[in-house]
Design a protein around this ligand. Structure first.
Ligand code: NAD
Ligand code: UDP
Length: 312
């Protein structure tokens, strides 16, 4: 049993990670300021003997004892991270400094939940970890993209300068139960629209692509990364390499959720990447991992979750 700190533990990915860590027999401290996360996401864990929750903002220092840290605190959807962009950068950068400082003091291993957004609107396809990316540093996505890039810089400098035991994963679009229904991300938007019988909003012509990873696959990869040998830092891409256009996604959601919704076309937000697909060769080789849940199975679970949520 290890003492494990999960920042952003009441969020979509964090709540699944806490659940899995408890099931694996660990002592879990969930830290969250509930900006996008909610107690509802972790309510079913509250009675667990080894689960503890702390309301705390990671932009302020944290003094706890822990063996391992998963640093997930940061709003992840464009709607939320653009709501207060200065706070988004602070969360990534000051949050990383505070969690790295904590890891240094208690000699904990620390994993950073980075993102495919560090590649920006990529000129290399699929994206490999050695690609440095094409990010607009002054655009509306920069608070998130550059914040996450700077957090990676901090992780690698703490590793080189202070010999910290770091792990960095770059997460590609992940979906599943407990996504925020109003976070504007494409999977939750399309499902909620279909279940309410509203039009499905396609931004641009809908031919831009993304590859979608189911949350259980993602959590498995993060755990495997955390368990790799000391000295293996990553970054490692984690995602599902099967690529879909937004039009294909809309069609799949409609066929699973049913309902009378039609497609409606809206302007493409600025700096919206045209295509995105992870090269997961390193994850395959070093973690022995690859995604197992196909889009249709994952969407079925997610539709079930949102149907219950909207009825409740
Ligand atoms: P989420 O918004 O559901 O979770 C983020 C959590 O962090 C929330 O519970 C929120 O309340 C908390 N938080 C935000 N600012 C905080 C602060 N200053 N102090 C403490 N807690 C704070 O998003 P998610 O999808 O679960 O993403 C989790 C992590 O994974 C994020 O770091 C995100 O950048 C990364 N990521 C997610 C995806 C994805 O597709 N879901 C893709 C790439 C990277
Ligand atoms: N998108 C869309 N309709 C929506 C929400 C998003 O067509 O209602 C598009 C969006 O423009 C982008 C893709 O879906 O091209 C994925 O968007 P999301 O915000 O989920 O993730 P990200 O852009 O960060 O990959």
């Amino acid at each position: 049993m290890k003492r494990i700190l999960v920042t952003g533990g009441a969020g979509f990915l964090g709540s699944h990670l806490c659940e899995r860590l408890l099931a694996d027999g660990h002592d879990v401290l969930c830290v969250d300021n509930y900006f996008t996360g909610s107690k509802r996401n972790i309510a079913h864990l509250m009675d667990h003997h080894y689960f503890e929750v702390m309301r705390h903002d990671v932009t302020f220092p944290l003094y706890v004892e822990t063996d391992r840290i998963f640093n997930l605190a940061c709003p992840a959807s464009p709607v939320h991270y653009q709501f207060d962009p200065v706070q988004t950068t602070k969360t990534s950068v000051h949050g990383a400094i505070n969690m790295l400082g904590l890891a240094k003091r208690v000699k904990a291993r620390i994993l950073q939940a980075s993102t495919s957004e560090v590649y920006g609107d990529p000129e290399v396809h699929p994206q490999t970890e050695d690609y440095w990316g094409k990010v607009n540093p002054i655009g509306i996505r920069a608070c998130y993209d550059e914040g996450k890039r700077c957090a990676e810089t901090l992780f690698f400098d703490y590793h080189r300068q202070h010999k910290l035991d770091i792990k960095v994963v770059r997460i590609f679009n992940t979906y599943g139960p407990r996504m925020h229904p109003n976070d504007g991300r494409v999977v939750s938007n399309f499902i909620v629209q279909a279940l309410k019988g509203e039009d499905i909003t396609i931004y641009g012509d809908g031919n831009q692509t993304r590859s979608f990873c189911y949350v259980d696959d993602l959590v498995e990869a993060m755990l495997r990364m955390m368990d790799t040998e000391t000295g293996f830092t990553g970054p490692v891409n984690i995602g599902n390499p099967t690529e879909f256009t937004m039009l294909e996604l809309a069609e799949k959601v409609l066929s699973i959720a049913g309902g009378p919704s039609k497609l409606t076309f809206k302007p493409l937000p600025s700096d919206d990447p045209r295509q995105r697909q992870p090269d997961i060769a390193i994850a395959r080789n070093r973690l022995g991992w690859e995604p197992r849940v196909g889009l249709e199975d994952g969407l079925r679970e997610t539709v079930r979750y949102f149907r219950n949520l909207l009825q409740g």
